[in-house]
Design a binder for this molecule. Structure first.
Ligand code: S3P
Length: 172
């Protein structure tokens, strides 16, 4: 049973640079619930993500990420996941009891968004090509966990956020 005090919870998944953080903040504001970015939680507790990958490997990062997702879902609100969180079976299991919005973005608009670095999986010569390959590898996992899909390529983030908030209210 859902009590009045329980926050409206939803999860945002999608590839790197799909707008999960910028859309997520706005959705949280619209629903008057907290916003939790699990990458930020992991970095706050364990240090910068590139350093975790370099020193302990991706598998360890996925464990830390899974713990952060579990805690965030317990707290409730809008929970934005890192792009690769869905590759972890335990994390996918955690998502089953919540509405999940899959944010997509086209490769031609992603280039500007991924400039600036900080994403170890895109390090190297052709980050857009890497991004495309990784997205295609994971697409079936996003589709598996998603309750609904929203494209962020062409419309203002606020419009997309309003749409997601309206969709979430209908899920009650
Ligand atoms: C990753 C995406 C990043 C971050 C880490 C790994 C991935 O999050 O969790 O660099 O595997 O796609 P964003 O999707 O917020 O960039």
């Amino acid at each position: 049973m859902t009590s009045e005090a329980e926050p409206l919870t939803l999860v945002l998944v999608g590839p790197m640079a799909a707008g999960k953080t910028s859309v997520g903040r706005r959705v949280a504001r619209a629903l008057a619930v907290r916003f939790i970015d699990t990458d930020k939680r992991v970095a706050a507790a364990h240090g910068p993500i590139p350093a975790i990958f370099a020193e302990h490997g991706e598998a360890r990062f996925r464990e830390l990420e899974r713990e952060a997702v579990a805690d965030a879902l317990d707290e409730g609100g809008v929970v934005s996941l890192g792009g690769g969180a869905v590759t972890d079976a335990g994390t996918r299991e955690l998502l089953k009891s919540h509405p999940v919005a899959f944010l997509t973005v086209s490769a031609d608009v992603v280039a500007a968004r991924i400039a600036g670095g900080g994403r170890p999986l895109l390090a190297g010569d052709d980050p857009v090509e890497r991004w495309k390959t990784i997205f295609e590898e994971r697409r079936h996992l996003y589709e598996e966990v998603a309750t609904a899909t929203f494209d962020t390529s062409r419309r203002p983030m606020q419009r997309i956020a309003d749409e997601i908030a309206a969709w979430r209210r209908e899920q009650r």
